[in-house]
Design a binder for this molecule. Structure first.
Ligand SMILES: [Zn+2]
Length: 211
């Protein structure tokens, strides 16, 4: 198998998914750019706990996981979110993790609902419950090119609680990146409008919005 591994390296050279450099699937420079820390931000009345400040490297790591399904990139995101969950002081609460769902077209393209799959792996490792109860009710645009106001309008009323879904504990929303909080606030609205308690949100990355 080792010979095969070395042979496949010759045929399919490995590149860093952060900077595209030849060698390892993530080089030491990119690995050190992705240092999980702990940030707490407030978006209206929603508390968001995050691990990594968004950077060009962080965006490539997220893309490698999301669009290319690279397991090692998944792992960085999972560990970042787990670290934040451990530091956010949710002890003595019955936490249920609620992933932000992907659109049906993204799900088809990627072969999985990205945050649902990531959150399932976090739940398995951390013992917190995963409750996949949110669904998109309509088409939304990609948020990345939008300013704060357009993001809020894009997401308004876009999420709903799935039929026959009854989450019971303190709900913690899980997403990859928070920028203006538009997606998370809409998800929280969909849940609290049904009388549910959204305790907080946890994201891998915290990004600066466009000006
Ligand atoms: Zn690199």
């Amino acid at each position: 198998m080792r010979i095969f591994g070395e042979l496949s390296q010759l045929i399919f050279p490995v590149r860093c998914f952060g900077c595209n450099r030849l060698g390892l699937s993530i080089c030491s420079q990119c690995r050190s750019d992705w240092q999980p820390q702990y940030f707490l931000s407030h978006f209206a009345n929603l508390r968001v706990h995050s691990a990594v400040l968004y950077s060009p490297t962080a965006s490539k790591i997220i893309l490698a996981a999301k669009e290319n399904g690279l397991k090692e990139a998944d792992k960085l995101i999972i560990e970042a979110i787990q670290g934040v969950l451990a530091q956010a002081n949710f002890a003595n609460r019955t936490i249920e993790l609620i992933p932000i769902p992907s659109s049906p077209s993204a799900r088809r393209r990627r072969g999985r609902s990205f945050m649902v799959d990531i959150t399932a792996q976090i739940a398995q490792r951390s013992g917190f419950r995963l409750t996949d109860v949110l669904e998109l009710t309509r088409r939304v645009s990609d948020q990345s090119g939008l300013h704060a106001k357009a993001r809020a309008a894009n997401m308004e009323g876009a999420f709903a609680l799935k039929p026959h879904a009854y989450p019971r504990g303190d709900l913690v929303l899980i997403d990859d990146v928070v920028t203006t909080g538009a997606t998370l606030r809409e998800a929280a609205r969909a849940l609290t409008s049904q009388g549910l308690n959204v305790l907080a949100s946890v994201t891998a990355c915290l990004a600066q919005p466009l000006r």
